[in-house]
Ligand binder design. Structure first.
Ligand SMILES: C[S@@+](CC[C@H](N)C(=O)[O-])C[C@H]1O[C@@H](n2cnc3c(N)ncnc32)[C@H](O)[C@@H]1O
Length: 296
């Protein structure tokens, strides 16, 4: 029965992929609309890993920096609060995330609802350039090759690309748990997420992505954070409220119907002696486009 379900699910996925009926960029944006009011929970725990990457000393008063896939604007807020004096452009595909950013009310930040790569490609066509690009926790949503190549074109010589991202080994067992629910309830499954979601294996792998496309690696690193809850309901709530499950709501015809099943599966798969846990494994890097005057 299990093998039959497995084959049926993958046959369905292949049929969807052939028809190009997978979760779209816009649908990821809609998923993030749903969590715009709760997303700060993520920032509350994971923000400490982003703060060391806020390098105001890299940028002059005249600098222009993009906060790509800005979410609720954590990176922009940190840059401003740490004394960044240049111009900031925040880009996000989610309408509600951008609405949240507008609460910031700073005349030095311009928030725009747009697809990240499309925004950079438009800039590149217009021949516009920036001094820095930040990308926090959004690398898996973007086609990395296209992203890094267009970022290279848009950055001025000496400009910085600074990123932090989930990597392989993150959320151990979460994908398997969701697949288990899908496999046992194929009639509830609408379509798969896209296969473009590729995670770097480790810091060296991230470094290679950028080096291959002309960047110098200034600093790379990796880390891990665990979250633990007393119940699978609370663990599920963390995953949902922080956007970790973005896209999963589009995989099921009716995610409300699937929620109880997912929680029950998490009860079985994520119990440890401390409670119900997941890990968030991540890599980060500071990369520079060579060619200008720069500081290490
Ligand atoms: C995990 S959040 C990260 C938010 C923020 N960068 C931070 O560090 O807290 C991911 C963000 O990526 C955005 N996103 C996903 N796909 C996108 C795309 N194709 N273009 C622009 N933004 C996108 C989502 O709407 C969401 O706000």
């Amino acid at each position: 029965m299990k093998l039959f379900n497995y084959i049926s699910l993958y046959a369905k996925f292949i049929a969807c992929m052939v028809k190009k009926d997978t979760v779209t960029n816009e649908e990821y944006g809609k998923s993030y609309d749903e969590v715009a009011s709760t997303y700060e929970k993520w920032v509350g725990i994971m923000g400490k890993h982003v703060k060391p990457l806020i390098k105001t000393e890299f940028f002059s008063k005249e600098a222009r920096v993009i906060d790509l896939a800005c979410g609720t604007g954590f990176i922009s807020r940190e840059l401003l609060s740490q004394g960044y004096e240049g111009e900031l452009i925040g880009i996000d595909i989610s309408e509600m995330m951008i609405k949240k950013c507008h609460e910031m009310k700073s005349d030095r930040v311009n928030f725009i609802q747009e697809d990240a790569i499309k925004y950079l490609e438009d800039m590149s066509h217009k021949g516009e350039h920036v001094d820095g690009i930040y990308l926090g926790w959004a690398l898996p949503y973007l086609e990395q090759k296209r992203l890094i190549e267009v970022a290279y074109k848009v950055l001025k010589p000496g400009g910085y690309f600074i990123t932090i991202s989930n990597c392989k080994g993150t959320l151990v067992g979460v994908e398997k748990t969701i697949l288990e629910v899908m496999m046992n309830n194929i009639h509830m499954v609408s379509k798969p997420m896209e296969a473009k979601v590729r995670l770097p294996k480790d810091e060296k792998h991230l470094g290679r992505w950028f080096k291959k496309r002309g960047f110098k690696s200034i600093h790379i690193g990796e880390g891990e954070e665990w979250v633990c809850y007393k119940s699978p309901e609370k663990l599920y709530q963390w995953l949902r409220d922080t956007g970790v499950l973005a896209g999963v709501d589009k995989v099921f015809y009716d995610v409300r119907e699937a929620e109880d099943l997912l929680i029950e599966e998490f009860r079985k798969s994520h119990k440890t002696s401390r409670g119900f846990e997941v890990n968030h494994k991540f890599v980060y890097g500071i990369f520079r486009k060579e060619g200008g005057i720069s500081c290490e």
